[in-house]
Write a protein that binds this ligand. Sequence first.
Ligand code: ADP
Ligand code: MG
Ligand code: MG
Length: 245
Amino acid sequence: MIKIDNLHVNVSDKEIIKGLNLEINAGEVHAIMGPNGAGKSTLASTIAGRENYEVTSGSITFDGKDLLELEAHERVGEGIFLGFQYPVEIPGVSNLNFMRTALNGVRRYRGEDDMSAAEFMKLIRVKAADLKMDMDMLKRFVNVGFSGGEKKRNEMVQMAVLDPKFAVLDETDSGLDIDALRTVSDGINAQRRDDTAILLITHYQRLLDYVKPDFVHVLANGKIVKSGGPELALELEEKGYADVA
Ligand code: ADP
Ligand code: MG
Ligand code: MG
């Protein structure tokens, strides 16, 4: 589904990603772990097409297409979703409006008709209930006054509504208490199918108890320095990054 080949990325003229290779097939869940400042969020932003992330060499192919040729919103249309490490607050824009606009943007990109307000409400009620998100929170401005955990849960509602082919979740587990972690994990597992792929970026093994990855990679200093199965996450937790990678 996605193939990243010898990727180099500069941020503010400084090289952050330094020759990264990663291939993820449909049906797979991969986890990337690594120390702070390794370049995990930079990789996520680069896949999403964030401005000021300058790819100096290498390629990213998504479903056979050159992803780097596409604008951020086109990448979303193609089925890419990014759950932010630090979800932004958008005062003045209701959560419901935000999600319906995003969904209809994707539908238009694919040549489909807009979803009506009534249809959308039906969909969002189901998704909100699945993720134990209060409907009142969906009427509020996007993330404004939400706790850290509520923001992360909100990212999962967005993901469920957009139903992406490939979801990159950047530290979606941080700031969650144990009940929220379970709910969010259920949301991720619901998105796990034969025709989807998921990249989990996480500091902690804890999330991986609930969402079992097929592959675990260690990202250090802008490169993947080690790959393995779920046992690698346990080893990292026990011994730390310095000893394992
Ligand atoms: P991680 O998510 O693995 O903790 P990041 O990708 O956020 O790491 O950051 C990698 C490195 O890039 C860090 O040294 C960070 O300071 C630097 N960096 C990230 N964003 C910027 C930016 N906008 N300007 C300058 N440096 C940045
Ligand atoms: Mg970090
Ligand atoms: Mg980060």
